[in-house]
Design a binder for this molecule. Structure first.
Ligand code: SF4
Ligand code: SF4
Length: 429
C-alpha cells in the first residue's frame, strides 16, 4: 500500500502482476468424493428428484428439486451418496449433494447432442454450472436489453490472478467464446478488459474476435465491475441498480473460455482454475475438478492448516471465510487463501474514533464513519436512506484501514443481505 507521509492523500492499494504465476498449474487428482451446492434450505425433501444410489456421469445436468430450473453439472462419474444441508454465510442454508467417484469415467452426451447449433437456450440450459459459472440471467429479463458484453481478463481482488492467467494462456478459446456469445446474445459490442501487463499477451482476443480492448488501471478496486462501469464504460451505475440495468453484462475470461470450449468439444468444462494463496502470500495456480474438497488441494500443494488459521474463499479484500476444509470448489471459486493465525487481524470492540480513514479511502465517497454507527445499531433502513448503503461497491477498503479494526465490510454485507430479505419476508407474511 502506498501512503503519503503527511497523510493528506488517499492511500493506494495496487494489484499484483502475474509474475511467477505463468508456469503450468498444479493439477489436482480427481477427488474420491465431489460435492455440489444447490440454493435454498434443504427442506423440500418430498420434491427431491435425485436419489441416494443414483448413478451420474461427468457433465450430466443434475436437478435437485421438481419444479425448479436450478441445476448443477456433475464434475465426476459416480454415485450420489449423500444429500445434506450446508450452513453458509449469514446463516444461509443450502443443499449439498455428494457424489462418490467411480473408477472409470464416462461422459454424458446430452450437451453434445444439441451443441452443433449454438443458441442462448442451449447455453442457459447446460453451461451455468461450467467452470467460471457463465451467467445468462440478464438475457432472460425482458426489461434489460443487453447491448454490451464485458469480458474480464482480470480479477477484481488483489493477489488473485485466475482470469488474468486464463486470458494470457487461452486467448484462442476465449476468442471462440466471444464469437459464440456475440452470435447467441446479439450483443452489438464486446469489450475485453485487461490489465496493462496483459495487453501484449492477450491483446489478440480483442482484434481477432471483433472485440474492443480496454485497459484496466492498476489501483484497487479498478477491476470491480461497478468501478469499470464508471471508469472504463463511462456509465456510472445509480445506487441500487446493476450493470444489467444499463444494458451491460459482465463475463469472466474463464466463463467465456468455458463457452468456447463447450461448443467446440461438445463437453461441459468441469475443471476449475484457481489461485491458491499460501500463508506466506506465495501463490500457485491450481486446476481442480469442481466439487473437489479444498483439503485435497491443500494436501497436493503442501499447505497445512493449523488451529486458528483462517481459510478464505476468494481474495483478501472481498473473500469469505469458511469453517471446514471439506468445503468444495464451486464453479466460481477463483481463489482460496490461507491466513496464518498470527496474521489474522482480530476484530476489536473499540468504538469508532472518527479518525476519517475509512471516509478518505472509500472510492464511492460514502460517509462510512456515519454509516457504521447505524449498521452497528442494526438500523439498516436508515443506513440505506440516509448514508448511501446501496452506493457501496463492496471493495472492503474501509475495513482494511479502520484503526479500530471494526468489521465495517461485514456489517455492510449483513445489512444488504437483511434488506434483500424484506420483500420475500413480507410476501410470506
Ligand atoms: S466497502 Fe467500504 S470503502 Fe468500499 S465502497 Fe463500501 S463503504 Fe466504501
Ligand atoms: S476508520 Fe474506523 S475508527 Fe476511523 S472513522 Fe472509520 S470506522 Fe471510525
Amino acid at each position: 500500500m502506498k501512503k503519503s507521509f503527511i497523510g493528506l492523500t488517499k492511500p493506494v492499494l495496487e494489484y499484483q502482476s502475474l509474475t511467477g504465476l505463468m508456469t503450468k498449474p498444479e493439477k489436482i487428482a480427481i477427488p474420491k468424493k465431489a460435492s455440489l451446492f444447490f440454493k435454498g434450505a434443504y427442506s423440500q425433501k418430498d420434491a427431491v428428484l435425485l436419489k441416494i444410489g443414483e448413478k451420474v456421469k461427468t457433465g450430466q445436468k443434475l436437478c435437485l428439486y421438481k419444479n425448479s430450473d436450478e441445476y448443477a453439472v456433475s464434475p465426476v462419474t459416480g454415485t450420489v451418496s449423500l444429500i445434506s444441508s450446508y450452513l453458509g454465510n449469514f446463516g444461509q442454508s443450502c443443499a449439498m449433494v455428494t457424489i462418490d467417484t467411480a473408477d472409470t469415467e464416462e461422459f454424458d452426451e446430452s450437451f453434445k447432442a444439441v451443441c452443433a447449433a449454438p443458441s442462448l437456450d442451449t447455453a442457459r440450459n447446460f453451461l451455468t454450472g461450467a467452470a467460471g459459472s457463465p451467467c445468462f440471467g440478464c438475457f432472460s429479463d425482458p426489461e434489460k436489453k443487453i447491448k454490451t458484453i464485458v469480458v474480464c481478463g482480470t480479477d477484481s481482488d488483489i493477489l488473485v490472478e485466475t482470469n488474468g492467467y486464463i486470458a494470457a494462456s487461452k486467448s484462442d478459446i476465449i476468442t471462440k467464446g466471444v464469437s459464440i456469445l456475440k452470435k447467441i446474445t446479439h450483443a452489438s459490442t464486446v469489450i475485453v478488459a485487461l490489465p496493462k501487463a496483459l495487453v501484449k499477451d492477450a491483446g489478440a482476443i480483442g482484434g481477432a474476435s471483433g472485440a474492443e480492448l480496454r485497459e484496466i488501471g492498476s489501483e484497487y478496486p479498478s477491476a470491480l465491475p461497478l468501478v469499470m462501469m464508471k471508469n472504463v464504460m463511462g456509465q456510472p451505475v445509480p445506487a441500487g441498480k446493476g450493470p444489467g440495468d444499463m444494458g451491460v453484462c459482465f463475463f469472466s475470461a474463464e466463463a467465456v473460455a468455458s463457452i468456447g470450449a463447450a461448443f467446440t468439444d461438445g463437453r461441459i468444462p468441469v475443471t476449475k482454475t484457481l489461485t491458491l494463496i499460501r500463508k506466506d502470500l506465495s501463490r500457485v495456480m491450481v486446476e481442480a475438478r469442481i466439487g473437489t474438497p479444498i483439503a485435497d488441494i491443500f494436501t497436493a500443494c503442501g499447505v497445512t492448516v493449523s488451529e486458528k488459521d483462517r481459510i478464505i474463499i476468494g481474495g483478501p479484500m472481498t473473500g469469505v471465510s469458511v469453517y471446514t476444509e471439506e468445503h468444495p470448489v464451486t464453479p466460481d471459486t477463483d481463489a482460496i487463501m490461507v491466513q496464518g493465525s498470527e496474521d489474522v487481524s482480530l476484530v476489536s470492540d473499540y468504538p469508532c474514533i472518527n479518525c476519517g480513514e475509512c471516509v478518505r479511502i472509500c472510492p464511492m465517497n460514502i460517509p462510512v464513519n456515519m454509516l457504521v454507527r447505524f449498521l452497528e445499531a442494526g438500523q439498516y433502513e436508515e443506513a440505506a436512506d440516509m448514508y448511501d448503503l446501496h452506493c457501496c461497491i463492496e471493495c472492503g477498503l474501509c475495513s482494511f484501514v479502520c484503526v479500530s479494526k471494526m468489521p465495517i465490510f461485514q456489517y455492510i454485507r449483513l445489512a444488504k443481505y437483511e434488506l434483500s430479505r424484506i420483500p420475500a419476508a413480507a410476501e410470506e407474511a
